[in-house]
Design a protein around this ligand. Structure first.
Ligand code: KE4
Length: 421
């Protein structure tokens, strides 16, 4: 039975009066797939319920943070306990130390760390720090990688930029973009065309997940690490998605490569607003108040957000958590590939299917995907109670709360949905 969405439709009309495009973040507007977004009433484990009572198996997980599943009892308890003692102090507090310990244990390259309130703040601050440390203005990113919406990084960006095909955002002064060089992903020869002596930093998603999921070719990250090291440029690994997702120590643990600076977000906040950047102490100590690079934040280190992050990372430290996640993701991924024709990719609990016949190795090949076909698949799945990312250029996120029953229901829905294409 096709679900009804009367109350979501009513709320949507009101939302359009308040918010540009009816949303507080563009991808939520369903522009990439058409139709009206549903309004979520509540979520628990692997499931979302919308305001009309429709239930969905959730493969977006708030875009990454909900690796334990929604409303995990330990996370809820941590937030309640913290709130009872006050919601913000604007002073140092013990919870920020505990979260820093948990993050630094997992990321040894983060000799010093600073908490902020989003992934965007983390990457924006890391870029400023890299420029301050190297005294160079130019930065380098890769086409289709998304690092949040700071001006310098909205150049050939992924995520919303990829979805709306407006990679260079309006409102970014031309001379900002002039200092941001972009290269195609996985293009070894392109790395040799750069005058690295003038580059402050290269920033990359070590597991690119904002133009769909596109693994780096073997050796690409190693070459980027070497060429930055050899020329005094910093390597910033943006692990906002991959951190504590693909391994406890993120892609750096998987690939055995140390960043000069790392940016984190999503999972480390357990669903509350947290970002972090950190790395070499000689670089981080340039930050105010110890150095000349200014960075600040009223709610940085917020006790509730720290509490949610601590509970999440402590749950993830239980033995077998990542093995269980991998088993669950493999049982979905293996069958999914057989059912959903296209170019399917899975890296741990991240997955994506490009609706294209060609091999996807970079932004240009990702853009050959048939977004109309993806949109039909998305809605066919949604009508069957499975919520995938509302854009071909995002990824699916599996959580520890997804059960074998969820996966059986998902695969059954996928087989029916493919038949409708
Ligand atoms: P936030 O500012 O949205 O917390 O983080 C920005 C960011 C930085 N780096 C990476 C690798 C990211 O994926 C993100 C944000 N991811 C998108 C989803 N692809 C957030 C969803 C949204 O924009 O609503």
């Amino acid at each position: 039975m096709t679900p009804t969405h009367e109350y979501s439709e009513k709320l949507w009309q009101e939302a359009l009066q308040h918010f540009p495009g009816g949303v507080n973040s563009p991808v939520r507007a369903f522009r990439g797939v058409g139709g009206t977004p549903f309004f979520t009433q509540r979520a628990k484990g692997s499931r979302l319920w919308d305001v009309d009572g429709n239930e969905y198996i959730d493969y977006v997980g708030s875009w990454g943070p909900m690796i334990l599943g929604h409303a995990h009892p330990q996370v809820v308890r941590a937030v309640q306990e913290a709130a009872r003692d006050g919601t913000s102090f604007g002073t140092p507090n013990p919870r920020e130390i505990r979260l820093a310990q948990l993050v630094r244990e997992a990321f040894p390259s983060m000799q010093k760390i600073r908490f902020v309130n989003s992934g965007t703040e983390a990457t924006m601050s890391a870029i400023r720090l890299a420029r301050g440390f190297t005294k160079r203005d130019k930065i380098l990113k890769f086409e289709g990688c998304y690092h949040g919406h700071a001006d310098a990084l909205l150049v050939k960006a992924g995520s919303g930029g990829a979805t709306f095909d407006v990679p260079d955002s309006a409102g970014v002064p031309a001379d900002f973009a002039r200092n941001t060089l972009t290269l195609p992903l996985n293009d070894f020869a392109a790395l040799d065309t750069v005058n690295w002596r003038e580059i402050a930093c290269a920033i990359i998603e070590p597991i690119p997940a904002n133009m769909g999921l596109i693994p780096l070719k073997p050796g690409f990250l190693e070459k980027l690490r070497k060429v930055t090291q050899d020329n005094g440029a910093l390597l910033i690994l943006d692990e906002v998605i991959s951190g504590f997702r693909v391994a406890r120590g993120g892609a750096q643990e998987l690939f055995g490569i140390q960043a000069d600076l790392t940016t984190l977000g999503k999972i480390i906040g357990g669903g509350l607003p947290v970002g972090a950047f950190g790395g070499r102490a000689d670089v981080m100590d340039l930050l105010a108040p110890t150095g000349p690079v200014y960075q600040a934040g009223t709610l940085s280190g917020n006790p509730l957000a720290m509490g949610a992050g601590i509970a999440t990372l402590e749950e993830l430290s239980h033995s077998g958590a990542y093995e269980k996640l991998e088993r669950r993701a493999a049982s979905l991924g293996d069958e999914w590939k057989k059912i959903v024709k296209g170019h399917s990719v899975r890296i741990g609990s991240l997955f994506c299917t490009f609706f294209t016949d060609c091999e996807v190795v970079d932004y240009a090949s990702a853009k050959t995907s048939d977004t109309k076909r993806y949109a039909k698949f998305f809605h066919a799945m949604l009508n069957r109670g499975v919520y995938l990312a509302p854009s071909q250029f995002e990824v699916g996120f599996l959580s520890l709360a997804h059960t074998e029953t969820d996966i059986e229901e998902t695969l059954r829905a996928a087989a029916e949905a493919v038949g409708k294409l």
